[in-house]
Design a protein around this ligand. Structure first.
Ligand code: KE4
Length: 436
């Protein structure tokens, strides 16, 4: 497949966008700073394919960074949103659809007895952490280096120097005092968690973790790790919060907590449950969630929370998934085909590549051996990844524009598209090897 795309209109639109939007985008990763070159401006999508404003078509593995498990513009989702829109787009009043979406979440996710709908994953984790602090009367939060939970101030904090110490702000504008309420330790290291609890006895409200990390590339929890976190939290009367914004309804209907059979106290959700529209959610034990206003005294609110369009899309997506009893086996099959194909293409090209995967979520790491934490993931050859990303894009395959993101296969992908992707990857990897 020749690399012969032209991007005239895309480039002109990005120049225009940069005049009114910071970096020309509304979320930093979309600007391609991690891979270089100009992003392509997309005009539309259908199934597993997207088309840019210059008419170039791509097999898509970004999938809006996770929501589009059914693929783009699925008829059930589009129809539901259209019907809802014709009845009004927002009321600021209770509607039946938000109860219906909440019922589906409570039914599917083991830890969730009561749930609150919000508008993003950031709102979900931020609100769940406020609840955890209220419920425990403690201030400190423990998170893991390389795990991302949205951009709330206290979560834009990265590991300080030394072992398990107070975090440092990860962005200007985050006061040191806010970051200092967050402890950061390496992922997949239970001893570091034990040491941190010992050093801060009685002061840690909650451990927040991506049960399958998807923001340092895809790095699943090591065997026994989640159960270990559950045990440590129980011994120290701290709460365990699973950030399942990526994994919820992606790795299983009940998320990673169902897959790994470890039940957190609280869960944050997003992405898939909105079917491509803005929905986040947080939920968990009844005795905890009852603390949320107006039933309880912990405040959280949102003008468009549970709005009719987003809930219509979410219900349609979850019902379509639930009606397809082979869905998760199919997603796993397609994911495995892509994982094996990429690994084989890299071996043929003599490129060090290790492909991690759980179900339809995967990451090709440009390094020898699968990383177990962020420090290992950072050893990847980021320059090679950037050249690979561009070579794939020019041949009609759109991968997430960062080594530290996750690729998503949808139910709209099929063997032919996966095989075409692998053939393109073989060419792209050969180009990377030749230009190394
Ligand atoms: P949002 O606020 O972007 O809806 O969700 C934040 C969030 C929370 N938790 C996890 C595990 C997440 O992955 C995310 C957001 N994921 C990123 C991509 N890895 C969103 C893409 C972007 O920032 O543009």
């Amino acid at each position: 497949m020749t690399a012969s795309h032209q991007h005239e209109r895309s480039d002109a639109l990005m120049e225009r966008a940069r005049r009114v939007l910071p970096g020309g985008v509304n979320s930093p990763v979309r600007a391609y700073r991690a891979v270089g070159g100009e992003p392509v401006v997309l005009a539309g999508g259908s199934g597993a394919l997207v088309t840019d404003v210059d008419g170039n078509e791509y097999i898509d593995y970004v999938a809006s960074f996770g929501p589009l498990i059914l693929g783009h513009a699925h008829p059930a989702v589009v129809g539901a949103v259209r019907d809802a829109a014709e009845r009004g787009t927002s009321f600021g009043a209770p509607t039946e659809a938000e109860t219906e979406l909440a019922e589906r979440i409570v039914e599917a996710v083991p830890s969730i007895e009561l749930v609150r709908l919000v508008n993003s994953g950031t709102e979900a984790t931020m609100s769940a952490l406020r609840l955890a602090r209220a419920a425990t009367g403690r201030d400190l939060i423990l998170k893991f280096d390389g795990c991302y939970h949205g951009h709330a101030d206290g979560l834009l904090a990265s590991a300080g120097s030394g072992v398990a110490t107070f975090a440092l702000p990860d962005s200007p504008g985050v006061p040191e005092a806010f970051a200092a309420q967050t402890l950061v330790v390496p992922f997949n290291d239970l001893d570091a968690v034990e040491r941190t609890f010992a050093a801060h006895a009685g002061a840690i409200a909650c451990v927040i973790v991506e049960p399958v990390a998807g923001n340092m590339g895809l790095i699943p929890a090591a065997d026994g790790y989640l159960a270990g976190l559950r045990d440590i939290c129980d011994r120290h009367d701290a709460l365990l919060l699973f950030d399942e914004v990526i994994t919820g309804f992606r790795v299983a209907p009940g998320g990673a907590q169902q897959h790994f059979e470890v039940t957190p106290d609280l869960t944050a959700l997003g992405k898939v449950i909105g079917g491509g529209l803005p929905v986040g959610a947080y939920g968990g034990r009844l005795d905890l969630m009852e603390r949320m206003a107006p039933q309880g005294d912990v405040y959280q609110a949102g003008t468009l929370s549970g709005n009719p369009l987003a809930t219509a899309a979410g219900i349609a997506a979850l019902d379509t998934l639930a009606a397809d009893e082979g869905a998760y086996a199919r997603l796993d099959e397609l994911g495995a085909r892509l994982q094996e194909g990429l690994a084989g293409a890299a071996a043929d090209a003599g490129i060090a590549l290790s492909v991690s995967r759980i179900g339809s979520a995967l990451t090709p790491f440009f390094r020898d051996g699968l990383p177990g934490d962020y420090a290992a993931a950072r050893e990847c050859d980021l320059d090679a990844f950037g050249r690979f990303h561009r070579a794939m894009l020019e041949r009609g395959v759109l991968a997430p524009p960062s080594q530290f993101e996750t690729w998503f296969v949808s139910l709209a992908h099929d063997e032919d598209l996966i095989d075409r992707t692998v053939a393109v990857a073989a060419e792209a990897l050969a180009e990377v090897a030749a230009s190394g």
